[in-house]
Design a protein. Structure first.
Length: 160
């Protein structure tokens, strides 16, 4: 049986690719979540009027990779200290956020964030939001697996 995890760490193209490379991840879908507009388009999200983040929903096998391991990987692949920004990408859709699917995920995500904060893993404060997962709207088909389809032609500020 698989489980779901949802992460926002900047441009969803690179984030999707990064998670798709993790052993135990069975599938990924890029989309929009955390806002107030139903079924938004990419153009609407980029207009900064919907409140949505570009996010990746990850389907994973918890017998192979744990949720905690995915959360730690999330913190490793992006800069969780920059509000509404990852590298050259600026805007609220590029915010750092973890959208949890149950109370156990919420607790694990908060514990990992707290451990990184206590351990001073970053020079600046972690600004990653952690909240229950609202409705997830899959992005348009051309965004799915975009990094793979255009590998070498785009740059995403993800630490692979």
């Amino acid at each position: 049986m698989t489980e779901k995890a949802t992460f926002a760490a900047g441009c969803f193209w690179g984030v999707e690719y990064a998670f798709s490379q993790v052993t135990g991840v069975k599938g990924t879908v890029v989309g929009y979540t955390g806002g107030h507009t139903a079924d938004p388009t990419y153009e609407q999200v980029c207009s900064h009027t919907t409140g949505h983040a570009e996010a990746v929903m990850v389907e994973f096998d918890p017998k192979v990779v744990t949720y905690e391991q995915l959360v730690k990987y999330f913190f490793k692949i992006h800069d969780p200290t920059t509000k509404n920004r990852q590298g050259p990408d600026i805007g609220d859709q590029y915010r750092s956020a973890i959208f949890t699917h149950n109370p156990e995920q919420q607790q694990i995500a908060e514990q990992v964030r707290e451990a990184l904060t206590r351990g001073r893993a970053y020079r600046q404060a972690i600004v990653t939001d952690i909240a229950p997962a609202p409705t997830f709207y899959p992005a348009e088909e051309y965004h799915q697996e975009y990094y793979v389809k255009h590998k070498g032609k785009i740059q995403c500020p993800i630490n692979l």
